[in-house]
Design a binder for this molecule. Structure first.
Ligand SMILES: *[C@@H]1O[C@H](CO)[C@@H](O)[C@H](O)[C@H]1NC(C)=O
Ligand SMILES: *[C@@H]1O[C@H](CO)[C@@H](O)[C@H](O)[C@H]1NC(C)=O
Ligand SMILES: *[C@@H]1O[C@H](CO)[C@@H](O)[C@H](O)[C@H]1NC(C)=O
Ligand SMILES: *[C@@H]1O[C@H](CO)[C@@H](O)[C@H](O)[C@H]1NC(C)=O
Length: 378
């Protein structure tokens, strides 16, 4: 026990030096301070296994993490010419849009256009393991890690890493001084946005959670924990029919429009694409992450002004089908969960959409955007 404690303690003082560690088969030596860079392409239409065409130029954030080099694809939309800068602090108004598990950054395009017209610079990242970002074969997916990657992306875009590192323990001084940040996340992106805001409270001015997941702790409520292998097999079994069936039921409250099919096909093409295997394994580890890293116990600590936008017909609860019937009945009631969580977040506004499902921003763009822009303009 003592030896173990000591090993941890000594590991903790290493980061200043070169880190050497082993993944059982190989030993890698990295220089921990390799400089992250932004590449502007052009990139092949099939980038890391997704050949969907994005409407704006794709950039790549290349960085070191966990001993390997990774690439996070993102779009970076300037504020439209006509928009007046509104921030009284002279800081640049920036919105970052975080996608859910079955969508990509590009699914936020309509929201991004409107935010740009309202004077925001809009950053749309694909998280590692998703869409046009790399699909590492041995990555420890965690919400804090994805939050850190996202913060480092912003730090690199705004080149503030050396401006001021003394402000907070997280070293966000320069970035917080340069931008007025709104973080908007849907589904898993909402869970990530909540974690990001808990980790970097000084960096986030406003937080928008759109049918976030993580509003209940499924495993503790009786959902059997799925092994990563089982999740991998479930991911491999994804088809147009299975994805459409799931999205019709949960995302769109049973309704369907032709245009929803585009997001199904985008995902099907990744499952069948050039990185199919790596994608399925990454997604399986992402399922493990959402099953084991709930944010529901920490909403009371959120300091940021928050909008909770909830389609009340949403029934999402990860792993629900494998739970016993009496457990299933208790899960995924967003008409109840929205109010519960709004009651936990000190500075929150709840907007409910009575007839919408898990993706109100797609199902009823007009009303969703009216609510979003109205709240942002307050
Ligand atoms: C980033 O900031 C550093 C220090 O302020 C400066 O030397 C460097 O040229 C900047 N890089 C870019 C790409 O703007
Ligand atoms: C960094 O920020 C702190 C707190 O805002 C300020 O006191 C300090 O002067 C800043 N340092 C530099 C080099 O700008
Ligand atoms: C995109 O990838 C999918 C899966 O590999 C493939 O079926 C489809 O033809 C590709 N589309 C284009 C336009 O290349
Ligand atoms: C909510 O947040 C806003 C913006 O930070 C702040 O002005 C307001 O005082 C906060 N309200 C409460 C009740 O904390």
């Amino acid at each position: 026990m003592r030896a173990l404690t000591f090993a941890w303690a000594s590991a903790l003082i290493f980061p200043q030096a070169t880190v050497a560690y082993s993944d059982c088969s190989t030993t890698t030596t990295i220089a921990p301070q390799a400089t992250p860079t932004i590449l502007t392409g052009p990139f092949p239409s099939d980038l890391h296994g997704s050949n969907y065409t994005y409407p704006w130029p794709v950039n790549v954030f290349r960085f070191e993490s966990q001993g390997s080099t990774h690439e996070m694809a993102f779009m970076d939309l300037p504020p439209s010419q006509s928009a007046q800068p509104e921030s009284p602090s002279q800081k640049q108004k920036v919105a970052i849009l975080l996608h859910g598990k079955n969508f990509c950054s590009v699914t936020w395009s309509r929201t991004a256009s409107l935010l740009s017209s309202s004077g925001y610079r809009v950053i749309l990242p694909d998280q590692l393991g998703f869409c046009k970002s790399s699909k590492p074969s041995s990555y420890q997916f965690s919400l804090p890690q994805l939050s850190l990657n996202t913060k480092n992306l912003l730090t690199t875009i705004f080149n503030t890493s050396t401006t001021n590192t003394s402000t907070s323990s997280a070293g966000n001084g320069g970035l917080a001084d340069a931008i007025d940040l709104t973080v908007i996340g849907h589904s898993l992106g909402g869970m990530l946005a909540a974690r990001f805001s808990l980790l970097y409270p000084d960096l986030v001015s406003r937080l928008v959670l759109v049918n976030p997941i993580g509003l209940e702790d499924w495993v503790s409520l009786g959902v059997p924990y799925p092994s990563v292998e089982d999740s991998y097999l479930a991911e491999k079994a994804s088809s147009y029919a299975s994805i459409k069936g799931y999205q019709q039921q949960t995302y769109y409250a049973g309704s369907w429009r032709e245009s929803y099919g585009e997001w199904v096909q985008m995902l099907v093409d990744i499952y069948a694409g050039s990185q199919a295997e790596a994608f399925a394994w990454c997604q399986a580890r992402v399922v493990d992450m959402v099953m084991t890293q709930t944010v529901v116990y920490e909403f009371a600590r959120l300091k940021v002004k928050t909008l909770l936008a909830i389609g009340q017909k949403d029934t999402t609860a990860i792993g629900k089908p494998s739970a016993p019937p009496e457990v299933q009945k208790q899960l995924g009631h967003y008409d109840v969960l929205g109010k519960q969580v709004a009651g936990m977040i000190p500075n929150s506004t709840l907007v409910e959409f009575a007839n919408l499902g898990h993706a109100p921003q797609i199902q009823d763009e007009e009303n969703f955007h009216k609510a979003l822009l109205g709240w942002l303009g307050e």
